[in-house]
Design a protein around this ligand. Structure first.
Ligand SMILES: [Cu+2]
Length: 113
């Protein structure tokens, strides 16, 4: 009976791996589509002052207020900018409200108000 039990455990761990992989695949598909809530990407809201705009590298430096949903204290940091159009609202010295998505340690601004 002991041997049988062990093989059931092995079988079920294979199944779990298979499911996790299926999740990864669907996540990859989603990246080519417009943002939906199914991407698992959480949108974080922040407020800050634009310090430096780097349109060539699609980056902006913002002195932001604390972001509770990301457990971030207030700080000045660089963000990736998702769309060139967002630079219309990212003027140095301007106070902005913006939405951030964080994936793999990279914080990307996805919209600006
Ligand atoms: Cu920060």
């Amino acid at each position: 009976m002991k041997t049988l039990h062990a093989s059931i455990l092995i079988l079920s761990s294979f199944t779990a791996t298979g499911l996790a992989h299926a999740d990864d695949m669907s996540g990859m598909d989603m990246q080519n589509k417009p943002m939906t809530n199914q991407t698992q990407e959480k949108i974080h809201h922040a407020i800050g002052v634009v310090k430096k705009v780097d349109m060539v590298n699609n980056r902006v430096t913002i002195a932001h207020e604390p972001v509770a949903s990301l457990h971030w204290p207030a700080m000045t940091m660089s963000f990736a900018v998702k769309d060139k159009k967002l630079f219309d609202q990212l003027t140095e010295g301007k106070k902005v409200e913006f939405d951030i998505v964080q994936t793999g340690g990279v914080a990307t601004i996805v919209s600006v108000k």
